[in-house]
Design a protein around this ligand. Structure first.
Ligand code: NAD
Length: 507
């Protein structure tokens, strides 16, 4: 059994807020630890905002809104273009920051930045997406048209697992559309947000348009209740997403709250088993399973399970676990506490009668002995009543559930609480087409294990994986960060005179 082994070193640095275009040291007196997960030591602390700091952040963003929203779209987009160029040139720095606080391997950190950069690139062309509609002569001498206008101050509250990409699902579109943003990053890995704030400044963004407010529940509640915050984009676990949605909407805000996941991969007997085993490993253990689109359950349609499990086990032996700066395949978990929680599911699996095929607690990591290590684990014959199956584990624990038929697999996937992503592996086009229609999940992969849509489409799940009706980025992101206005216009000439108190009719 692993134990928590977080080592506390004397902190050198408290990660501050970023307000009015500069670092803003906290005076709240409250901080939280930030670890280097591969070393297992506290390397810094992060400020936890109090009410005065929340008010200062929102006031700065509010003051910046009139000037920023009034700037021409061409000028706003020019800043986004510059931000994209700087990000592309300097993303290696950001990847190192992510690895040092999250633990994911450097190549994976670069991968998340690239996916965030896609949304920045989408936002460079926002002029196209902000185009309104125009109907000429809907009534005699009357035209009707629509515009999309920014909301004002918008809050983004993000989780630890993608400290750059998840905020970037939202802020490029929000900013290009003319809003000002207050980002509340995860307190577990806050430095990426601060680095992004500095990059925005270098790109020429006016002070106050992008603010970083570090903090915990107090900062989240402060944003949810603040009268000057118009909208909230939240990403995190399902209980907090539900709370954020209910609290934010009760305070009159527009809210999109993306929650947790339990993603299944349905494997039909005709699938290419080598490709499928590779995909299960990549999607199950990449980023130590700390991805909302990770595959956590392989649903094997018999008689394929024995052969598939055997191939997965063989391939798992090749994985190198260790410090993300050493070219390994998989890094540590984010904190010792989280590692212990994830590891506890292996005991639960054994107690519930599942077969622990590979136990990640036996891992030998290429890294410091104090790192928050847990190797990849494979658990077969998982009962669907077990907490290993019903709960989001959010770590490198891959379950296998065996089902007798395609229909039984689809019924299982559709009966779960979450509906974020799912995938089917098959060579049968008809079965895949039927799956995409039958399945009650927001994002579907066909022989693609992590079906994160590109930035021109929208990201988000169904059921307990998304509260609110608007997804992230793509057309839905533009819709979320803008308000629609319809204008009915007539240019008067003397023939239009006369009094008529009736409801306007078209003629
Ligand atoms: P989390 O819910 O613990 O934290 C998310 C954010 O909420 C953080 O900024 C945190 O400070 C804040 N928070 C935490 N507790 C709070 C409370 N009691 N009240 C108000 N705010 C609170 O999530 P996490 O552990 O940082 O991230 C992992 C979770 O995020 C997983 O469940 C994962 O599936 C989910 N996630 C979902 C998506 C998606 O697109 N659906 C993407 C990434 C991560």
């Amino acid at each position: 059994m692993t134990t928590t082994n977080e080592v506390t070193a004397a902190p050198h640095w408290v990660v501050p807020h970023w307000i009015d275009g500069a670092e803003y040291p906290s005076t709240s007196g409250r901080t939280a630890p930030v670890y280097d997960p591969a070393l297992g030591v506290e390397t810094k602390r992060v400020a936890l905002a109090d009410k005065a700091e929340i008010d200062a952040a929102v006031a700065s963003a509010k003051a910046a809104f009139p000037g920023w929203s009034d700037l021409s779209l061409a000028r706003r987009q020019a800043v986004v273009f510059k931000f994209r160029e700087l990000l592309d040139a300097r993303k290696g720095e950001l990847a190192e920051i992510i690895t040092s606080e999250h633990g994911k391997v450097l190549s994976d950190a670069l991968g998340e930045i690239s996916r965030g950069q896609e949304v920045v690139e989408f936002a460079t062309g926002l002029a196209h997406h902000l185009k309104g509609e125009f109907s000429e002569q809907v009534s005699t001498g009357i035209d009707v048209y629509s515009t999309r206008q920014p909301l004002g101050v918008v809050g983004i509250i993000s989780p630890f697992n993608f400290p750059a990409m998840v905020p970037a699902w939202f802020f490029p579109i929000a900013i290009a559309a003319g809003n000002t943003v207050v980002l509340k990053p995860s307190e577990k890995d806050p430095s990426a947000a601060l680095w992004l704030a500095g990059l925005w400044k270098d790109a020429g963004l006016p002070d106050g348009v992008f603010t970083v407010l570090n903090g915990d529940k107090e900062a989240v509640d402060g944003l949810l209740e603040h009268p000057d915050v118009q909208a909230i984009s939240f990403v995190g676990s399902t209980p907090i997403a539900r709370y954020v949605y209910e609290t934010g909407t009760r305070h009159g805000k527009r809210v999109q709250a993306l929650g947790g996941a339990k993603n299944h991969m349905l494997v039909l007997p005709d699938a290419d088993l080598d490709l499928t085993a590779d995909s299960a490993i990549n999607a199950g253990f990449g980023s130590a399973g700390e991805r909302c689109m990770a595959i956590s359950v392989v649903v094997a349609v018999e008689p394929v399970a024995d052969e598939l499990v055997s191939r997965i086990v063989d391939k798992m032996k090749t994985l190198r676990i260790g410090d993300g700066r050493r070219g390994c395949d998989m890094g540590p978990l984010v904190t010792g506490q989280h590692r212990d929680k994830v590891a506890s599911y292996i005991d639960i699996a054994a107690q519930d009668g599942a077969t622990v095929v590979v136990d990640g607690r036996d891992v030998r990591a290429d890294g410091d002995a104090n790192g928050f290590w847990l190797g990849p684990s494979l658990i077969d014959n998982v009962p669907t009543t077990s907490r290993v199956y019903t709960e989001e584990i959010f770590g490198p624990v891959l379950s296998v559930v065996r089902v007798p038929s395609y229909e039984a697999g689809v019924e299982l996937i559709n009966s779960g609480a979450f509906g974020n992503g799912t995938a089917i592996f098959t060579n049968d086009g008809g079965a895949a087409r039927r799956f995409q229609k039958d399945i009650q999940v927001g994002m579907i992969g066909i022989n693609v294990p992590i079906p994160v849509p590109v930035a021109t489409f929208s990201f988000g799940g169904w059921r307990d994986s998304l509260f609110g009706d608007t997804k992230a980025h793509g057309a839905e992101g533009v819709k979320f960060f803008t308000r629609l206005k319809a204008i009915t216009s007539r240019w008067l000439d003397p023939s239009h005179g006369g009094i008529n108190l009736g409801f306007p009719e078209n003629d």
